[in-house]
Design a protein around this ligand. Sequence first.
Ligand code: AMP
Ligand code: GLY
Length: 407
Amino acid sequence: MKILVIGSGGREHALAWALYNGGANTVIVNPGNPGTALFAENITGDPVDIAAAESVDLVVVGPETPLVEGIAGLLAQKGIPCFGPSADCARLEGSKWFAKEVMAAAKVPTAMGRVFTNHVSAVDYLGEYPDKYVIKADGLAAGKGVYLPGTKRESDAIIEDLFNGSLGKAGASVVIEQRLSGREVSVLAVCNGTDAVILPSSRDHKRIYDGDMGPNTGGMGAICPPPDVPYDFGEDVRERVILPVLKVLKEQGMDFRGVLYAGIMITDHGYFVLEFNVRFGDPETQAVLPMIESDLAALFLAAARGEELPPVKIKDGASACIILASGGYPGSYSKGYDITGVEKVDSLVFHAGTAQVDGRLVTAGGRVLGVTALGEDIDEALEKAYEDADKIEFEGRYMRRDIGRTV
Ligand code: AMP
Ligand code: GLY
């Protein structure tokens, strides 16, 4: 099969690597990165034009923005199967309030919430207890649109900034929901419009510092599966969350074909969906895909065509992915430092923010590389991943040391 993967991060490197499957398929990545160039062809330019010119059998879309902007529809017009939902379905990620409405219709457990389009009523609703709520920009905000204020002064400022356009259109409506506490789990479901196959559960670590301190990042590491999550959790989420959502969408004339990612919190009162994404998570994908034994290309193509989904075979054991980041990330950081030691590593190394300059591999982003190791259990996977992560060096290299140790 000839497959086009759209994107340039660690998630897309992991997708391209899994789909390449040791040479079983030909993979093109648009635009790709120095890691994908090792086994695939990186092509820059318009993805729909590339898909048509290269006569690919399947397009796999990594990031959410092209999906929300409607790339699936453009590919459909050209008769090219797209693993990634239509713009209508992508509103599950593109509008937090749309996701809430679908969840209400599908009776999916989620935090109680309301949507606001003006400052006064939002501030009113928060009252004197803003620390009982979470404030979310309704639209796409590249992971920056969720706030957990501690004081009234803080929450007033957040609301004011959002309605003053700090996040542009994304903050024109604001969702305020009940704050929950518990353990977080990411569940990825491959959907063909009516049915879904669940991939192994995983857990991201979003904060920059050990002990889940400091600002949020794109994700500093992931484990798969989290040892504290019940074995059949994914199947329960399939029955109670994924299939009911697909049904509601279908009733409204929408066919979700792609990955539906449920960000879930397990609380003392059961589990609740915090958010949907309409694409793979990053870095979760870098930990989840290496755990899959079956042919992902066949699975994704079946999903894209709305055909029956083949079962997925999962490896025994566990995996861990450690992200190596540039010093200063998620704030400002310098780029262009030489990266050494990648060749000494036995684990998988997924590139995120790297560049090839005059034959040298250098840093080119906040999250630079992901190192993924498999093991008989999570402890072994973590030990190997850290051992290998330590072999890779660049100036300012930063990694969390407690991946898999916090919930
Ligand atoms: P989201 O982008 O909606 O997943 O939110 C990002 C992060 O904010 C989540 O991973 C949680 O850590 C936190 N979060 C979101 N919604 C809630 C909530 N209702 N209660 C507590 N924490 C939340
Ligand atoms: N790892 C979180 C996300 O991809 O949204």
